[in-house]
Design a protein around this ligand. Sequence first.
Ligand code: 5GP
Ligand code: MN
Length: 398
Amino acid sequence: MRIFNGLKNKISNAIQTLRSSVSLPAFLASTPPCSVSKYVGRRPLPYRAGSKACRCIARICRLFMVIPSALKELLHYPHNVAVISHRNPDGDAIGSSLAMQHYLEQYGHTVHVLFPSEYPEEFGFLPASEDILIWDIHTEECRQVLNRKNVFIFLDFNALNRIDKMGEYVKDLPGKRILIDHHLYPDPIADYVFSEPEASSTCELVYRFIEAMGDMQKLNPTVGKCIYTGIVTDTGSFKHATNSRVFRIAADLIDRGMDDTDVQDKIFNSNKIKNLRLLGHCLINRMEYLPEYRTAYIWLTRKDYETFDIQRGDTEGIVNYLLTVRDVRLAAFIHNQPNIVKLSLRSKGDIDVQEICRTHFNGGGHKNAAGAYSHTSLKATIDKFLSILPLYRDVLTR
Ligand code: 5GP
Ligand code: MN
């Protein structure tokens, strides 16, 4: 163990030295951050994608999540901490936020979890979910709480526009910022950045953060339950974005007393009859298949929202049914939410829906799961989606 820690320190020092010794040519400053995309420590490492330095650091960092000593010190003393995640929080956003809260409270920190908008009902079983502050609902209270904070932890998002108005507010507040996330291309919005797009989920990264802090004894069944929630939802119950480490983490959480069957039951057996009727409606009346592009999509109107009394989270997962068709490689779910048109894309293999969302819809996400919002009409959004398919014909039909 001593040898292991020694090696870890050596690597950590090497990274620090490398970082401070490389001065950045001007032309690199404007290139996107390195695509291997593992940044540890203060701000993203701005090395050119694929460069030697970038590959070397990525290799070293992938071995260990290295926590800078200044950050360790910061977290060892009680502070007033805000844990923030993205709009329309999903299982990973909620799980990682509450895991972080239950972990940090063991250090005596005062922690509040804040989201821009409400979370789906099925996650109400997670301990302390009832205390989460929602900007859309408790705006003034959120402002008051945020004013008192001196540490901000951003989880499961990497650009301030993902937290809307709360982002504009938080941007100017004094305090240290920590970002832990697994989406591509993080904006430089934090003092300490742990970004690993290859990770299954932010929850996996929170587990590894706690491990790297040397705090495994603080990983109790409550923290474990929250972490497992994000892993199981972001991997579609271990169907994608998995790796051997994720299974080891899940096994370790079970060894620590987390009841996996109970968590899966709470999350996935929480449907109401209306959810099944909505799914039937989508598959029978709202599904289109374009064999020439190996693409399928489902659309929902604002009227559908009323007819089926669709609430937050009710449409989660519907898009995945399209990918169960062997020939479908690209799946879209385009729905007219009460105030905005939402686009969710999913894909198989090499088809990069993150790039599609980013290039054509100002959105983002992951290679095989991404999303965006459109401020035009439902019809205009569908038409735009259909109009870009020819651009991807080769990759879709390869
Ligand atoms: P979903 O389609 O389930 O809303 O999102 C799929 C993935 O894309 C999630 O990781 C989510 O965080 C990300 N995502 C969804 N909408 C947006 C968006 O408007 N902008 C960005 N940058 N990412 C998004
Ligand atoms: Mn996530």
